[in-house]
Structures are given as structure tokens and as C-alpha cells.
Design a binder for this molecule. Structure first.
Ligand SMILES: Nc1ncnc2c1ncn2[C@@H]1O[C@H](COP(=O)(O)OP(=O)(O)O)[C@@H](O)[C@H]1O
Ligand SMILES: [Mg+2]
Length: 292
């Protein structure tokens, strides 16, 4: 799929401000960004549900139109389900909309739905509901699967279970476009990601390459505190950057960095050291946290 110079305005709101990227066949592409970044607006233009203000979306070189709809599976950010019917009945309902749907058994095993087939839709937990919605999206045997924040609000165990299902779908060769505001999810599932903020792509590449492009070594993080002139000088020398109540210091040699901090007579309570991840990159690019 190829997206070029995509723009969407809602009145005065510039939700998407010119994004371009390509999704390779069989890969998982992630749009990673905070609430309001324009992820849903972008994905819905790709799905052919929302008309762009300008720009183009091509699937195998053709504009997305009627035929495209038969080749895609969509899991929306919010979905209302029919009430008073069971998971099995819901899957049968959606299967009835397609000329040659996937078999019920296959959907059940792909999404681990065995245990909840007889359950009323209203009685599903968050994780069970997302599994069933994935099942519905997979009914048409899609070439392209769209997942809009599929794990938001799930507990950590349910999120990991969902990731396992996505891995299974990837192994089938399905192309996936995923949006998320969880950097660990993007890192775990996506072959390439675009970091989006305020309707624009800040950076785009394979997660590992993005990290090695922007960081080397490790990050020493220290709570911001009163610092005298000498400490200020050392912090400046170490290249400390203040974000969200911390100083972050990129360190290539931990022993040296620690010695300098001791010399600065800073209070080291609450100090932590970690390898940079996509969250750090987001902060570096935008100056704010993904979770804020
Ligand atoms: N139908 C709409 N009318 C007006 N503004 C909208 C509409 N849908 C989204 N927006 C605005 O567009 C921006 C991007 O929203 P959205 O694409 O939903 O972001 P995300 O999915 O990344 O949270 C936000 O500022 C949001 O308030
Ligand atoms: Mg959204």
C-alpha cells in the first residue's frame, strides 16, 4: 500500500498534515503516536472509509475502491456489537456477509475463541472482546489487516496474548497496518514504524535502526533537583537534557558518567540506567512523553 501526501482537515482542525509512506506486502507497519496524533484519521483514509482532503492511497497501484473492501479486514478503535447474541452467532453473522469466508473453525483457532463461543457479547472481558473483533476482521481472509489500537485498555497479560495472535496472522503472510500508543507493542510487532505527532511523521524506519540512528550507549536518568554552579557545569558537560522531571544523560562509558555525577555532588536517589527505547526516541523528537 502506498500513501502519498495525505491530508485531512476537519474544519479548522488539521488532523493529518501531509503523510507519505509505503507498506510492503507481508510486513507489519506501525503508526506510533499519542492520542490526537492523527492515527485513526490516517488509517480510516487508508481503509477507504474517510475521504482525504488531499493526497492519494494506492493498493497494488490502484486507488482504494469497492474491490479493495473485499480484500481487507478491519478492527476499529471502537466497535458496537449486536447484543443478546453469542460469539459463535456473531461470527456466523459476519461470515454470511462474504461470498467465500474463512471457515468458522479456522477463525476460532486463529483467535483462541474456543472457550467463549457460547457467551453473550455483552459478557466478554476486554481481552476476549478484542480477540473476537480480530476474528471478525479475519473472516474475509484479508490480504490487508487494519488494527486501530487493538490492545488499548487491556491488562498486560491480555496484551501479550493478543500479540501472540498477531504473530500468528503475520506468519500467514497477511500485511498489517497497526496503530498504537504503546512503544513496546510497536517494537514487538512492527517491521517498520512511523512515529506520528500532530498529524505529521517525525521519523520512519525499522525500530532497531531508528534507535541506533538516534542513540548510542545507555541512558542515565536522574530526578531533577537543586544544583549548584559546579553541578550545573558538569550536567551541561555531560549533555544532560531535562524532560518530564528528569535529566537524561546519554552515556557511552557508564563508569565515567557515574564518577562525574558523584563529583557534581548530586543526590543519586532514584537514578536509573536503561537502554534507549522508542519511548525515549519519542521524547527526544517531540519533547513530550507518549503517555502524557
Ligand atoms: N470527526 C472529527 N471532527 C473534528 N475533529 C476530529 C474528528 N476526528 C478526529 N478529530 C481531531 O483530529 C485529530 C486527530 O484525531 P485522531 O485521528 O482520532 O487521532 P488518534 O487516533 O491518533 O488519537 C484530533 O485533534 C481530533 O480531535
Ligand atoms: Mg485513534
Amino acid at each position: 500500500m502506498e500513501v502519498s501526501n495525505l491530508v485531512k482537515h476537519y474544519g479548522k482542525v488539521e488532523a493529518v498534515r501531509g503523510v507519505s509512506f509505503a507498506v510492503d506486502e507481508g510486513s507489519c507497519f506501525g503508526l506510533l503516536g499519542p492520542n490526537g496524533a492523527g492515527k485513526t484519521t490516517t488509517i480510516e483514509m487508508m481503509e477507504g472509509i474517510l475521504a482525504p482532503t488531499s493526497g492519494t492511497v494506492l493498493f497494488r497501484g490502484e486507488p482504494v475502491g469497492h474491490r479493495f473492501r473485499e480484500k481487507v479486514g478491519i478492527q476499529f478503535q471502537n466497535t458496537a456489537l449486536p447484543e443478546f447474541i453469542t460469539v459463535r452467532e456473531t461470527l456466523e453473522l459476519f461470515r454470511s456477509f462474504y461470498p467465500s469466508p474463512r471457515s468458522l473453525d479456522e477463525v476460532i483457532s486463529l483467535c483462541s475463541l474456543e472457550d467463549i463461543l457460547g457467551r453473550d457479547n455483552r459478557k466478554l472481558s476486554g481481552g476476549q472482546r478484542q480477540r473476537m473483533l480480530l476474528g471478525i476482521a479475519l473472516v474475509p481472509k484479508p490480504e490487508m489487516l487494519f488494527l486501530d489500537e487493538p490492545t488499548t485498555g487491556l491488562d498486560p497479560q491480555a496484551r501479550r496474548n493478543f500479540w501472540d495472535l498477531i504473530e500468528g496472522v503475520k506468519r500467514e503472510g497477511t500485511t498489517i497496518l497497526l496503530t498504537t500508543h504503546y512503544m513496546d507493542e510497536a517494537e514487538a510487532l512492527c517491521d517498520r514504524i512511523a512515529i506520528v505527532d500532530q498529524g505529521k511523521i517525525m521519523e520512519m524506519d525499522e525500530p532497531e535502526r531508528l534507535l541506533s540512528k538516534h542513540f548510542s550507549g545507555q541512558i542515565v536518568r536522574l530526578p531533577v533537583q537543586e544544583a549548584g554552579a559546579e553541578a550545573e557545569r558538569i550536567l551541561a558537560e555531560l549533555g544532560a537534557e531535562e524532560t518530564a522531571g528528569h535529566w537524561d544523560i546519554a552515556s557511552l562509558a557508564l563508569d565515567e558518567t557515574m564518577q562525574r555525577l558523584l563529583q557534581a555532588r548530586l543526590n543519586l536517589d532514584g537514578l536509573s540506567i536503561h537502554r534507549p527505547d522508542l519511548e525515549d526516541l519519542f521524547i527526544k523528537l517531540t519533547g513530550s512523553s507518549l503517555r502524557s
